[in-house]
Design a binder for this molecule. Structure first.
Ligand SMILES: Nc1ncnc2c1ncn2[C@@H]1O[C@H](COP(=O)(O)OP(=O)(O)OP(=O)(O)O)[C@@H](O)[C@H]1O
Ligand SMILES: [Mg+2]
Length: 287
């Protein structure tokens, strides 16, 4: 059987919940294992495109992928190399991507438009030549609002992770995002919600602050213990890693990558031959 790269989509129906950070860092970690990763920036804010240091110049972006036919624009033409990382690739975004919302709105099955494009559905491409056979993992970074771009990103996901700040806004966003997944699940029967990552959890010394602890408890009550992933700490190291186009581990803070490594562990069953490139996860205590 030809390998089919799983698509991971971090979701949140509010801004600043950690979607782009989770997408970026998860991809960088997978690439550090030698796994080829294709990012898709589905947000007109184009944060992921910026964070990867890609300038789309006048080459095709996701806008053209979503608005032109595969005959006019074969998918590979919109795939850009990420500078200084041989395992990272990106279908970038620009602020013009906003216009894709109009054409998606006009499509009767907008939820599956991006999925069909990524899977090259109905195209005369041999399975072994498909994009999904030639990457290890595909990661899509959606916008924060309930738009057609968000829906088509959700629809292309094999695995969804909800990012939610460890505060009241994050809890509200988690509730709404979980609701959206539940509404869409029947249209994306193979998609699976694999976890919630609390974002910017605040600790003082050895203990979480009261606000962080309470909100993480509410999140756990909402999704259940099994669907809670370890939290991402509030830390300037993440921001530094983003700015310096690297990972917290490269800055000497490997323990900060633990939540993302835990997320990758949940992808392991889908990784085929690539699974053996992923080191076995040590528990937080062993780290
Ligand atoms: N661990 C961290 N601690 C503190 N700040 C962080 C951390 N990680 C990332 N940030 C910052 O938090 C901000 C929001 O994160 P991010 O862009 O990942 O959220 P988002 O959900 O993608 O936002 P948007 O909805 O705007 O796309 C970013 O500006 C980033 O620099
Ligand atoms: Mg973002």
């Amino acid at each position: 059987m030809t390998y089919k790269a799983p698509t991971l989509v971090p979701l949140a129906l509010a801004g600043g919940q950690g979607k782009t950070t989770v997408a970026l860092m998860t991809g960088r970690i997978l690439a550090s294992y030698g796994i080829p990763v294709l990012f898709v920036d589905a947000d007109p804010q184009a944060s992921l495109t910026d964070f990867l240091g890609v300038d789309p110049e006048d080459r095709p972006t996701l806008l053209e992928v979503l608005t032109r036919s595969p005959e006019k624009l074969p998918l590979f033409k919109a795939i850009h190399e990420v500078p200084d990382n041989e395992n990272l690739f990106l279908i970038p975004s620009t602020d013009e991507l906003e216009n894709a919302n109009h054409s998606l709105a006009a499509s009767p099955a907008s939820i599956s438009v991006l999925r069909n494009r990524i899977q090259q559905a109905g195209e005369t491409v041999k399975d072994k030549d498909k994009i999904t056979a030639n990457f290890g993992v595909i990661i899509i970074d959606p916008p924060p609002e309930r738009s057609h771009l968000t829906l088509t990103s959700l629809g292309s996901g094999d695995r969804w992770v909800i990012c939610a700040e460890a505060n009241i806004k994050g809890v509200k966003s988690l509730k709404r995002t979980k609701g959206l997944i539940e509404t869409c699940q029947s249209m994306v029967p193979l998609g699976e919600f694999i976890g919630t990552i609390p974002f910017r959890a605040k600790w003082t010394g050895l203990n979480p602050t009261r606000v962080t602890r309470t909100n993480i408890e509410v999140m756990e009550a909402l999704v259940g213990k099994e669907l809670m992933l370890p939290h991402i700490l509030e830390s300037d190291i993440y921001k530094r890693a983003i700015d310096e186009l690297t990972l917290p581990g490269e800055l000497g803070y490997e323990a900060l990558e633990f939540p993302l490594r835990s997320l990758i562990e949940r992808l392991r069953p889908l990784l085929g031959q690539y699974a053996k490139s992923v080191p076995v996860l040590k528990t937080e205590e062993e780290e």
